[in-house]
Every structure is written in structure tokens, then in C-alpha cells.
Design a protein around this ligand. Sequence first.
Ligand code: AP5
Length: 214
Amino acid sequence: MRILLLGPPGAGKGTQANNLIRDYGLVQLSTGDMLRAAVESGTEIGLKAKAVMDAGVLVSDEIVAGIVRERIQQPDCANGFLLDGFPRTQVQAELLDQMLEELNVSLDRVIEFQVNDEAVVRRLSGRRLHQPSGRTYHVEFNPPKEEGRDNVTGEALIQREDDTADTVRNRLNTYYEQTAPLVSYYTEKGDLVSIDGMQSPEEVYTLLRNALPN
Ligand code: AP5
């Protein structure tokens, strides 16, 4: 299965991606995670991306498309993948179309999570992350068993540097200006299903599963 998750920051894309990986064995292609890994390891791309990400605006289309192009051709993607955070602009969507055509595959479903801005701000201010695995928690809505510790490894959780109030506002503006138009792009192609992301994580997952092809 090849799925694309679309939605504003904090919509629950990463949370639901973890459920899909667990239940469907899909490979997650998260450009946010890939860019954070590049920042962490101090590569040239990481050095360029850090300031841009901290400001809540988008890394260049060439850089992110290059990262995805390289990853999507790996053998483990042959059985299916989950795009999370890519594409984010019209140019990226067109570049993705080219990549899929070259691989002779197509997307089975584009899922749009609908959430309001107030929820986004609450979710991101309380988000905690286990960086090595990408597992995501929330101090109020999805707390770990032990405060500040990952449920599986017991390692410390961190707060993302771009989850500050100012950066979240910029990320939301960036979403509405550059990414939200992709909802029409995929609606016109007939691939898109919108689901209510304001329900509990478990309820959202039920809606998501129901929206997937059989
Ligand atoms: P990225 O890492 O992709 O961030 P994002 O899209 O802003 O998405 P988030 O990861 O913040 O949110 P999410 O939807 O995954 O929510 P989550 O499940 O964690 O991108 C970061 C930056 O990288 C960008 O700003 C940009 O600079 C750059 N970048 C990345 N991709 C790029 C691209 N293609 N082009 C250019 N630049 C790019 O949930 C959030 C919180 O809410 C969690 O705490 C969770 O526990 C909680 N939660 C989840 N679901 C629910 C629920 N149903 N109810 C209550 N709480 C919930």
C-alpha cells in the first residue's frame, strides 16, 4: 500500500504513521524526521536546514525532493510506503508524481487530517518525542507510562525545538499558504479522503483504517 498523510503541524500524522507501520509494515518516509537526522549528524543538508526549520518555514523543494528520491528507490520501499510531511508544495507534488511514474507505481490513498488551530497549539506545546524511534507522546493526551521516559526503552523524551509558540504560528501560516492547496490537487485526482482529526488518537485511527482501500 502507498499512502500519503496530509495535514497541518500537530494534526497527528506522526502518531497515526506509527500505528500504520505497526499494523501494515509500511516504510515511513518522513521528510521532517530525515531533516532532523541530517541536523543531528551535522551534514551539509542538515546545516542548511536547521535555521529554516527553527523559523517554521520550508526547506527548499530541491533538497527535500532529493532526499525522498534517494530513499523511495531503496528495496524496502517496494512493498509499500507512507509519505509523512512530503509533498508540501505544488512543486514537490509534481516532483513526486514524476518519481512515482518512474517507479511505475501510484498512491493508493491520500489522507487529510482536519484539525483546528487551537488544537494544533495545544498538541504541539505538550508534545514529547523519543528521538531514536520517532515515538510521540503528549503530556496530557497521550502520556508515557513514566513521566519523561519512552515506554519501550525507558530513555529520556525531548521537546522539539520548533514546538515554541512563535514557530508553531509560522508553521501554521506556512501550511495554509503552501501546503493546504494540495488538498484540491489530490481531490481533483480523486485520491483524497478527509478525516476528522479532532477525535481521540484511537478514534482517528479507526477512521483512518476505514478510509484505506481493502
Ligand atoms: P515535520 O516534522 O514534518 O513537522 P509537521 O508537519 O509540522 O508535523 P508534526 O510532526 O509537527 O506534526 P504531526 O502531524 O506529525 O503530529 P503528531 O502526530 O506528532 O516538519 C518539520 C519542519 O521540517 C518543517 O517546518 C519544515 O521546515 C521542514 N520540512 C519537513 N518536510 C518538508 C518538506 N516536504 N518540504 C520543506 N520543508 C520540510 O502529534 C502532535 C502531538 O499531538 C503529539 O504530542 C501527539 O501525542 C498529540 N496527538 C496526536 N493525535 C492526537 C489526537 N487525536 N488527540 C490529541 N492529541 C493528539
